[in-house]
Design a protein around this ligand. Structure first.
Ligand code: HEM
Length: 402
């Protein structure tokens, strides 16, 4: 097997759209990703995706942004406001783990800080497992820890969440309750589609565990990168701070930051048969193609001569997303893209009508509260992974409420 590394934007985009290539980045993390949507191929992938995407029916985004999110945000941020600040990575995880749990369909019956902490610990471990390929840790040790985290998650969270949903589904199916009584989450969708999916317990556990980590980890990291870029860009410039009073402009800033810091800096694919791959040539079956999304997203040909720097006002060619390939493209395009990134609003859009996305909404709130770095306590990178993430990011708030 040969490895081919591509970093040209158009080659990477073509490879992501190439249905003859299969997912290969998560093979090392199969303890959690095995058989999940992310690693399926072809017909099996299409069928699973069609089922799971049902969660987005009936005004889902409006419901999520206007009803679910504001309460979670206010509740989670309150203790940090009282304390005048805290670690943004920790705050990001607390926020996103609760939101992702709502989306995945994982109940937190106790609603205590300890329960959230337990869930965060488990999700961080699952995330470490999914991105095992980039881990600097001993793989056997990590595999064992992920197995333990999954069984604790199953025992303390998933089993009760399944039981509660199954009772509600049974009531709807016998005509004793209406569809509106069902939670709007992936677990409910999966349970209702059991005849189509034929999941066993272990597969269902991995699928929900995968959703928990896919949503939390990337959202939390993207929030920190975006705030960091925005603070550096605005600096001491009052005119720039004035522009940051516009939430639509902040959404553009977040997408520019997503471009520079894609949550997954690489995508890997494998050839399923002998084939022509743009940028790599004629390849035999079984070769690996590593797509350097970090570099592709900084392509000067596509994004201009200042592609490597943060410029929320940049012109982006038609057909190219402002966030580049950060959410992937093609059949495996991120299922959470619209949830997290919203729909990019045109400058001047009425904020009431915009669908901002969870990452922009968190950053909008942080800026409203006057979030800044703490003098004398600088952020530090995460040393447990080769991925360019922050390990700690202390912030302080200038205001006690927005
Ligand atoms: C800023 C946040 C996020 C980023 C940058 C991101 C990025 C990505 C990328 C690059 C992929 C494609 C991987 C590939 O092609 O190899 C992906 C897939 C996926 N993402 Fe996200 N993601 C984010 C948030 C979320 C959230 C919040 C959810 C869930 C609610 C989610 C669920 C998924 C799922 C289910 C897939 C697999 C789709 C498939 O294989 O068909 N993501 N994500």
């Amino acid at each position: 097997m040969q490895v081919h590394r591509l970093s040209d934007y158009k080659d990477c985009e073509a490879a992501l759209r190439n249905t003859g290539l299969r997912q290969a980045l998560y093979d090392a993390g199969e303890v959690i990703t095995g058989g999940t949507l992310l690693v399926l191929h072809s017909e099996e992938h299409i069928r699973r995706r069609e089922i799971e995407i049902r969660v987005f029916r009936r005004n889902f985004f409006k419901y999520y942004e206007k009803e679910v999110f504001p309460a979670t945000l206010a509740q989670t941020i309150a203790p940090y406001l009282s304390a005048g600040g805290g670690d943004l990575i920790e705050l990001g995880y607390r926020l996103t783990v609760n939101l992702t749990a709502d989306f995945a369909g994982v109940d937190r019956p106790e609603k205590t800080a300890e329960e959230s902490e337990q869930l965060i610990r488990l999700v961080k471990k699952m995330s470490e497992g999914a991105t095992m390929v980039h881990s600097t840790r001993d793989k056997d040790e990590l595999n064992q820890e992920v197995r333990e985290a999954l069984s604790e998650f199953d025992r303390d969270f998933l089993q009760a969440s399944i039981a509660r949903r199954q009772t509600l589904i049974d009531a709807v199916e016998c005509g004793d309750a209406s569809e509106d009584t069902l939670p709007r989450d992936v677990l409910t969708v999966i349970l209702r589609a059991q005849d189509e999916l034929q999941f066993d317990d272990a597969q269902r556990l991995r699928e929900i565990g995968f959703y928990m980590q896919a949503g939390s980890h990337s959202t939390a990291n993207s929030v920190v990168h975006a705030l960091d870029e925005i603070l550096a860009w605005a600096g001491e410039n009052p005119a720039r701070w004035e522009r940051l009073e516009d939430p639509v402009f902040i959404q553009h800033c977040v997408h520019e930051s997503l471009r520079l810091h894609p949550a997954s800096p690489e995508a890997w694919r494998k050839t399923m048969c002998p084939m022509q791959v743009s940028g790599a040539g004629e390849l035999p079956e079984g070769d690996r193609i590593e797509l350097d999304l970090f570099k592709a997203n900084r392509s000067e040909e596509i994004f201009g001569s200042d592609a490597g720097s943060f410029n929320p006002d940049r012109d982006v060619p038609t057909g190219v997303m402002r966030s580049g390939l950060a959410f992937g493209i093609g059949v495996h395009t991120c299922l959470g893209r619209e949830l997290d990134g919203g729909l990019l609003a045109k400058p001047g859009t009425d904020p009431e009508k915009a669908q901002f996305g969870i990452v922009p909404l968190i950053v909008i709130k942080l800026l409203e509260l006057g979030a800044s770095k703490v003098p004398g306590d600088p952020p530090a990178p995460d040393t447990k992974t080769k991925r360019p993430n922050w390990g700690r990011y202390p912030i302080q708030f200038a205001k006690e409420q927005a």
